[in-house]
Write a protein that binds this ligand. Sequence first.
Ligand SMILES: *[C@@H]1O[C@H](CO)[C@@H](O)[C@H](O)[C@H]1NC(C)=O
Ligand SMILES: *[C@@H]1O[C@H](CO)[C@@H](O)[C@H](O)[C@H]1NC(C)=O
Ligand SMILES: *[C@@H]1O[C@H](CO)[C@@H](O)[C@H](O)[C@H]1NC(C)=O
Ligand SMILES: *[C@@H]1O[C@H](CO)[C@@H](O)[C@H](O)[C@H]1NC(C)=O
Ligand SMILES: *[C@@H]1O[C@H](CO)[C@@H](O)[C@H](O)[C@H]1NC(C)=O
Ligand SMILES: *[C@@H]1O[C@H](CO)[C@@H](O)[C@H](O)[C@H]1NC(C)=O
Ligand SMILES: *[C@@H]1O[C@H](CO)[C@@H](O)[C@H](O)[C@H]1NC(C)=O
Length: 340
Amino acid sequence: MAISRVLQDTIIIKPPKKSPILLRMIVLVFAMVCGVFICSVCLKQISTHSKIKIEDIQVIERPFSDNPPTQMRIPIMHFPHPETFSRAECVHNPVRYFAILSMQRSGSGWFETLLNSHVNVSSNGEIFSVLDRRRNASSIIKTLDKLYNLDWFTSASKNECSAAVGFKWMLNQGLIENHEAVVEYFNARGVSALFLLRRNLLRRMVSVLSNSYDRHAKLLNGTHKSHVHSAEEAEALSKYKPTINSTLLVADLKKMEIMAARALEYFNSTRHIVLYYEDLVKNCTKLKDVQEFLGLPYMELTSRQVKIHKGPLSDHIENWEDVNKTLAGTEYENFLKADY
Ligand SMILES: *[C@@H]1O[C@H](CO)[C@@H](O)[C@H](O)[C@H]1NC(C)=O
Ligand SMILES: *[C@@H]1O[C@H](CO)[C@@H](O)[C@H](O)[C@H]1NC(C)=O
Ligand SMILES: *[C@@H]1O[C@H](CO)[C@@H](O)[C@H](O)[C@H]1NC(C)=O
Ligand SMILES: *[C@@H]1O[C@H](CO)[C@@H](O)[C@H](O)[C@H]1NC(C)=O
Ligand SMILES: *[C@@H]1O[C@H](CO)[C@@H](O)[C@H](O)[C@H]1NC(C)=O
Ligand SMILES: *[C@@H]1O[C@H](CO)[C@@H](O)[C@H](O)[C@H]1NC(C)=O
Ligand SMILES: *[C@@H]1O[C@H](CO)[C@@H](O)[C@H](O)[C@H]1NC(C)=O
């Protein structure tokens, strides 16, 4: 009994004796660690803050692969220092980098004129249509560096007061071949990708064939035009009805579809938005989404370009019955419908 009481006493009494000192020590150490941590965080914030103020260089150089869901929502801001001019009064305005990734005859020309109607957007066209600029990954990166540093001049350049700078890039212009280097570049430099695709690939095919025909036929008074600005010009161009090889039709549509799907897969880790030409035509709100995605002050966007092939597809394909029969019952049957 006595032993157990002593034991109990020691058990009961001893801990209160030791624990205050131990606890105090723990609390003290914890407080010190916390203090040091808070101080270091403060110092870091102060140093990055002053860095931005003093040097006006890129705020964030981190790739956002570690937590894409939140980072995907914020376009990365840049403060480039062009070699060829001074950003003057806009030197403190952030610039966003973007690239329109598309396929020929998918409305990207029209889309780009819409973007360029914004006072703060410089979308510099198909810069990689020039073979030398896309010969290998290093020539691509050199070109991109120059463009995003605002040292690239086209009729679209807004120079010092650009708030978003970019260009359009066709999937078959070295983009798919060099996708690894490009994705790495986009993630490291914070370039946002705008995919512009066409839902109705049969309409795209008609446009591709007609445009390629006009390259030689030059229907508009002997000049070839890919895009037109009046209803008369559009009508003149749409008079030509291509004949579509129905033997290859399904395979060709499949090829286009696979190319777009592959690009989306490759660029999945980048900050991106997927736009469909058909949706942009029908729904003005989509252009609001685009401006929000690019972090731009909202503006009404306009284009003078006129759609070339209007109305039902049956009016635009020479061998319509053949095409209609070929696609009936396939996964591409929807493409035959007028409103798709
Ligand atoms: C890349 O292409 C350029 C020409 O466009 C050439 O001068 C350069 O040597 C090439 N670099 C490599 C790594 O192949
Ligand atoms: C947009 O451009 C206008 C006119 O050049 C300029 O005053 C304004 O600061 C720019 N806005 C941004 C966000 O860069
Ligand atoms: C072709 O040229 C004629 C005369 O120069 C002009 O009246 C007509 O509008 C032009 N047509 C188109 C489609 O540009
Ligand atoms: C369609 O393409 C196939 C394969 O290239 C060819 O054999 C066939 O002659 C073409 N048909 C027409 C009508 O041009
Ligand atoms: C992209 O990634 C997301 C999530 O990681 C996935 O749900 C989606 O299917 C992927 N898309 C493509 C086209 O690979
Ligand atoms: C138009 O686009 C907006 C934004 O993407 C969407 O919320 C809305 O449902 C669309 N409207 C129609 C009629 O499709
Ligand atoms: C296409 O073919 C279907 C029969 O498969 C027919 O019912 C339909 O009217 C045709 N469409 C046109 C626009 O000719």
